[in-house]
Design a binder for this molecule. Structure first.
Ligand code: RNT
Ligand code: ZN
Length: 420
């Protein structure tokens, strides 16, 4: 898109928003604070580099067999660098424990060490980005019975406890070396296909395992812990041990972050509506921004009402500093690099839309009981030239504007992805 055209359109848009008391230049500065953590697992359909040839477990499913999947650390870094080059603003990278640089050797989960992730830390330093981390409590024979930290098999449970402890130490080291706290997210698949008799023991075991794991404390400047609940998974349709009630209580009582994955709730439940409640009781949130279609299908994020409400609730609560934003989807049916750029841009756009709202003015109408005016202004904002502001943001950051990024991804596919 022509530079002059983008600037001209922005200039008009700036005036339109200014008439409503919105300073678009200030908004764009604020948008730089919306740092999105890219989930590494979209590059390879949650495969990992353990070289075990194992199947994706934990009730997760990736469909699609589009060519170009990253097969090793080198390819994954190349894909991520491409992605980063097409995104405005700042990003981070969220790694899973199965993505260590294991040098072709098999390293079991209770054996992973900092050295397996040092190359990632060095790479992140080069890229000028922060890292986040996730223990991987699935896709492993010791999780085949459907249980990890809450399982009744003592040996397996200790194995997973050891794994998570190591992951947290690695996280702290990542935070230390990169000078930005690493968010460690804990999600376990534990649950059962049919209705269990004894839910209580599993939940007691999970609580004890967490207490044991979190007994080792790290300063918040190095790492923070998030705990992620789920409603159901494939093979855990009747009960999930780590339910929302479970983790909400745990996080509130232990000052942990709650991870809200918007694919993990009943389809009519709005994660956006939970934010202002949970923030009264926990220090921070971690978002797993995703798109569920009929179930927790982890489709590529798009700019839909669900994501918009999440962004609006955070901005309206002035809580950006207390919310860590990560993505979590995996679609193997399309260009995977493209999937990142579409999804990340959509998430950024949701925050831009929310930041462009004349919130203080609309709140005054609300407080005066003028609900018609509130409704009308909210509707009006939907037709404001938000796209012109977005384009200018991309221009300012020196990344492709408009459809240009689609072409860039096409080129990368032709030159790199299709050759794999
Ligand atoms: C699973 C959770 C979890 C995973 C990633 C790969 O339902 O959403 O966050 O998607 O850890
Ligand atoms: Zn998730």
């Amino acid at each position: 898109m022509k530079k002059e055209f983008v600037e001209k359109a922005y200039d008009l848009a700036r005036q339109e928003y200014a008439a409503l008391g919105v300073d678009t230049d200030a908004v764009l500065k604020k948008l730089d604070d919306v740092v999105i953590s890219l989930h590494c697992w979209q590059t390879d359909d949650v495969g990992g580099f353990e070289r075990t040839g194992g199947e994706l477990g934990g009730g997760l499913a990736v469909t699609g067999n589009y060519p170009g999947k990253a097969r090793n650390v080198t390819e994954m870094k190349a894909d991520l660098e491409k992605v980063l080059s097409l995104l405005p603003g700042k990003q981070r990278l969220s790694l899973h424990a199965i993505y260590g640089d294991f040098g072709g050797e098999f390293v079991d989960r209770d054996q992973i060490e900092l050295k397996h992730f040092q190359p990632w830390i060095d790479w992140a330093k080069e890229q000028g980005i922060g890292l986040d981390f996730n223990c991987t409590c699935f896709s492993h024979p010791k999780a085949d019975d459907g249980f990890t930290l809450s399982g009744k098999n003592e040996e397996n449970r200790q194995f997973w406890i050891e794994h998570v402890k190591r992951c947290r130490r690695i996280s702290a080291e990542m935070g230390k070396q990169l000078g930005t706290p690493c968010i460690h997210n804990l999600w376990i698949p534990d649950g059962s296909k049919d209705t269990p008799l004894d839910r209580y023991t599993h939940r007691r075991l999970l609580k004890e395992a967490l207490d044991n794991i979190f007994a080792e404390e790290f300063p918040a400047e190095l790492m923070k812990d998030g705990v992620e609940s789920k409603l159901f998974g494939i093979g855990s349709e009747s009960m999930v041990v780590g339910s929302h009630d479970f983790y909400l209580c745990y996080a509130a009582q232990n000052n942990k972050l709650i991870t809200l994955d918007n694919g993990h709730f009943h389809p009519t439940e709005q994660v956006g509506d939970k934010i202002s409640s949970i923030l009264q009781f926990v220090p921070e949130l971690l978002l797993h921004v995703t798109r569920g279609v009929r179930w927790d299908s982890d489709h590529v994020v798009t700019l839909n009402d669900e994501i918009l409400l999440i962004a609006q609730e955070i901005i309206r609560a002035n809580a950006l500093k207390r919310v860590n934003i990560g993505l979590d989807y995996f679609d193997g049916s399309l260009n995977r690099v493209g999937a990142y750029v579409v999804g990340t841009r959509a998430a950024q756009q949701a925050f831009l839309f929310a930041l462009l709202e004349p919130t203080a003015m609309i709140r005054r109408w609300e407080e005066a009981g003028r609900t018609f005016e509130r409704l009308a202004y909210l509707e009006l904002m939907k037709t404001k030239p938000f796209g012109a502001v977005w384009n200018y943001y991309c221009l300012k950051h020196g990344v492709p504007v408009g459809a240009e990024y689609i072409e860039a991804i096409g080129e990368y596919e032709e030159k790199v992805l299709s050759k794999r």
